[in-house]
Each structure stands twice: as C-alpha cells, then as structure tokens.
Design a binder for this molecule. Structure first.
Ligand code: GDP
Length: 207
C-alpha cells in the first residue's frame, strides 16, 4: 500500500464532465469538517493533496486525483466528493448535488468503493442518512461501501463508542443498506484505521 504519486486530474460538476473511466475509482464523502482531507492525507502519507490552484468552486466539485498513474497494478482514481447537499447551501444547489450523486452512484461503473466518513462523536446526521438511502438505491455489492468513523482519538469511553456504532447500524438498516456494511474506526492523528482502509482499497484494486 504505497502511494508514490498523486496527480490532480479534474474537478467534475456533472456526469458529462467526469473524466474517462480509465481506472478503478474510490470515493470519499462526508459532511464538511468531518476530517476528510486529514484522512485522505493520512492514507496517502501526504501533508496535503495539491488542487490546481485557482480552480473556482473546488469545494463543490467532484475532485479527481490519479494515484500511482505510472503503475498499472496499483493505480486508481481517488475522488473527493463535495460536502454540499450537506452544508447550509441553497436548496436548488443541494438538489442538483443530490441528483448528480444519485446518477454517479448508479451509472459510474468504474466506481468500486465508497468511504462514507462520519464524525465518531456525532454519529450519522440527517444528511448522512440521505446519503445512505442513495447508496442503498444504487445497489452496491458487498465491500463496495464502507462507513468510517473519524476523529476517534477524541472518544475514550468504550460505552459511548459502542452506542454510536449501534446507532449507526440502525441508521444503515433503516435506510436500506446491507447489514454487513463494514464500519472502520479511524483517527488521522493516531493513524488508527489506516491498514483496515487499505485492505478495503486493495480488495477492489485486485478484483
Ligand atoms: P474536512 O473539511 O472534512 O476536509 O476536514 P479536515 O480534515 O480539514 O478536518 C477538520 C478539523 O478536524 C480540523 O481542525 C482537523 O485538525 C480536525 N481533525 C481531522 N481529523 C482529526 C482526527 O483524526 N482527530 C482529531 N482530534 N482531529 C481531527
């Protein structure tokens, strides 16, 4: 699990601006401030992934990064999905995001893995449940959808941890997601969960 190279590819805003599906795709999604950038950087051993500076509205785009572009075996697209639909954005923007997301989940066949990041201290919020419904509707295979609890270094009470996990299991089930959806406990500060996330990644890269 070595990331040797990461190149920014493009920021997509609709199905027809997605890059050609030349390699396996792994997406990261979650509310803003969930710890997505920190986690992606931790996974890639990077301080920060460089966006092409000056790209307008980059936070509302599907940001594509090509990992290990020069190596057939280990290359993949890492897609940083926007937290809109999530944040306090105007309703039309939110609805457009949901439509794009719905189509993307349904029709992007190169998409093989979705990491859904949820802040471990708060558990699934309304918009996370919305995302669970979209994912359930898109009919993912086993191992193609993984929930990741972030910032778990801040949770020291075992009882609380278990409660959030139980609540999230109920949320997954009431929104139609598979009962065997994996939940990874992570922290970018302590690098907890890194190996487990890489195992999920590896398994879609080799298959
Ligand atoms: P993003 O908006 O989802 O990309 O979130 P960031 O990665 O920018 O993180 C949001 C805030 O949470 C920042 O202040 C980070 O320092 C903090 N943060 C992110 N990951 C962790 C973590 O694993 N543990 C702790 N304690 N704080 C974190």
């Amino acid at each position: 699990a070595a990331v040797r190279q990461v190149d920014f590819v493009t920021g997509a805003v609709s199905m027809d601006t997605l890059p050609p599906p030349i390699t396996t795709e792994v997406a990261f999604v979650g509310r803003s401030n969930v710890g997505k950038s920190s986690l992606v950087n931790m996974l890639c051993n990077r301080k920060a992934l460089a966006y092409v500076s000056g790209t307008p509205g980059k936070t509302q785009q599907f940001n594509y990064f090509h990992v290990n572009a020069k190596d057939q075996e280990s290359q993949f697209y890492m897609v940083d999905l926007p937290g809109v639909g999530y944040a306090r954005v105007p309703r039309p923007v939110q609805e457009a995001w949901i439509r794009f997301m719905e189509q993307y989940l349904q029709y992007r066949t190169s998409l093989r893995l979705i990491f859904h990041l949820i802040d471990g201290r708060h558990g699934a919020m309304t918009d996370d449940e919305q995302l669970m419904r979209l994912i359930a509707a898109s009919g993912r295979q086993k191992g193609e959808y993984v929930v990741v609890f972030t910032k778990m270094d801040k949770m020291d009470k075992q009882k609380l941890k278990q409660a959030v996990i139980n609540e999230t299991r109920s949320a997954l089930s009431r929104n139609g997601c598979r009962s065997d959806t994996p939940i990874v406990i992570s922290s970018s500060s302590t690098r907890l969960g890194r190996d487990e996330m890489w195992r999920h990644l590896q398994s879609v890269l080799v298959s």
